[in-house]
Design a protein around this ligand. Structure first.
Ligand code: ADP
Ligand code: ADP
Length: 231
């Protein structure tokens, strides 16, 4: 699970302060698929980066899988991140000169798995995303949708509890976006908690729950829906 209590994030550049997140209170349970929507500049990426331990915060408490993240050193944060979190991005972020096999291998090397374990994990992850036959291809030999599936394989090969996705279908046509969404749903059904930032309202509605961010403030529609049911 992921729990934020009263979390705020302020960026300070020169004399300008930007309140990117304001007093966020949120609980995301294990196994949920949550979509995050909101206007440009509202704080979505900041929220995702904070959830993924890529950003620090100055106020509040943040528990990831039961552990309070506040006060951890950079090394402890990287270790926790490598173990628990997989990321995918709008622009795939694959290494263009490396075959798919080696792209998926990159985070596994950080984890210190031996060669045999890594090979098994890479083959398994590429099979899940349907690209087993392409292991020695370069990313540039694939379509955008296929490249995103490689990025998903890379993100899940370490079997993280959380998969964080920042506009994963933003660079894809609608058919490929559907395929990527179906793949994320399959991964979620196998137990991975997914948090996905998206501009695509149709995809956002397919998640179990939608969180909206406006001007750094989180509104959690699940709570609103509960209120409606009670009335
Ligand atoms: P979104 O993902 O919803 O477009 P962001 O999380 O990227 O929004 O940004 C939220 C706010 O924080 C914006 O006002 C943005 O300009 C500001 N911001 C984001 N990153 C930084 C940074 N590294 N330094 C200063 N301000 C930032
Ligand atoms: P998207 O999923 O974003 O619609 P496309 O299928 O249009 O992606 O492909 C993205 C890029 O990859 C394009 O520049 C396209 O020319 C290139 N591309 C697509 N398929 C191949 C392929 N089999 N070999 C090499 N390049 C390809």
């Amino acid at each position: 699970m992921l729990k934020m209590e009263n979390v705020s994030k302020i960026y300070r550049t020169n004399l300008i302060e930007t309140h990117a997140l304001r007093k966020v209170d949120l609980h995301i349970g294990a196994g949920e698929f949550v979509s995050v929507t909101g206007p440009s500049g509202s704080g979505k990426t900041t929220f995702l980066n904070l959830a993924g331990l890529l950003e620090t915060f100055e106020e509040g408490d943040f528990y990831l899988d039961g552990q309070n993240v506040k006060g951890l050193s950079d090394n402890q944060l990287s270790e926790l991140r490598n173990e628990k979190i997989g990321f995918i991005f709008q622009s795939f972020n694959l290494l263009p000169e490396l075959p798919l096999f080696d792209n998926v291998d990159v985070p596994l090397r950080y984890r210190g798995f031996n060669a045999k374990e890594r090979k098994e994990r890479i083959e398994n992850a590429l099979e899940i995303v349907g690209l087993s036959s392409r292991m020695q291809h370069l990313p540039t030999q694939l379509s955008g949708g296929q490249q995103q599936r490689v990025a998903i394989a890379r993100a899940i090969a370490g079997q993280p509890k959380f998969l964080l996705a920042d506009e994963p279908t933003g660079n894809l046509d609608s058919l490929m976006a559907q395929q990527v969404m179906e793949l994320l749903e399959k991964i979620n059904q196998q137990g991975t908690t997914i948090i996905m930032v998206t501009h695509d309202e149709q995809l956002a509605r397919r998640a179990h729950r939608n969180i909206q961010i406006f001007d750094g403030q989180v509104s959690d529609l699940a709570k609103d829906q509960t209120d409606v049911l009670i009335q």
